[in-house]
Design a protein around this ligand. Sequence first.
Ligand code: FES
Length: 229
Amino acid sequence: MAATGMKITVSKNGPYLVRGQVPLSRQAIGANSEGDSIDWVEIETIVPETPAYKLCRCGHSANKPFCDGTHVRIGFVGDETARRQPYAALAQEIDGPTLALTDAQSLCAFARFCDRDGQVWNTVSQATTAPERAAFVRQVGQCPSGRLVAWDYQTRAPVEPDLPPSIAIVEDPQQGVAGPIWVRGGIPIESADGTPYEVRNRVTLCRCGQSKNKPFCDGTHAAIGFQDR
Ligand code: FES
């Protein structure tokens, strides 16, 4: 499912190098009156000045989401500390009657779509009718990081949302913070040492510079009140 011609390379102690004319937008986590995350809301399309572009990884560019070279001045250390294991090795599975849920907690980007309507860890065991299944699959698919994946219990196949290859800069108005870089649609991501990460439909990359699980977001942006404009 890798996106043809597109690639993201993590540079050592520097930005993400994005090649292949990857569409870029800004997306907000939309919430209801109770504060529950309910939908993704596109704020704007961002038009990079060049087909290949560099996205800030240190959190300190004055031209976010793009890199302006500040990482050099501040001596950013961006060591990639994430475990080099496929999702399946990181995830735990909860089985329901018709669907299963897998959960790799280390990938959590704190978008909170999982919490509404009784939390997906509970509702997986209640999803039997077609509307219940559809609601569960949609809710799990809203998780930007791919921490959570819904599976068809019979076919053992993941039930993924259809996401065109693209990048979204995440905003979290409910928390009043800026969030990660949401990589969608199977764009390959390569480590600074040349090792490819597992190609996935949903991935969130840290752009606040403070994740303990680089290059992936671990939700720290919320704890530090990361702002991007
Ligand atoms: S953007 Fe989420 S931890 Fe850095």
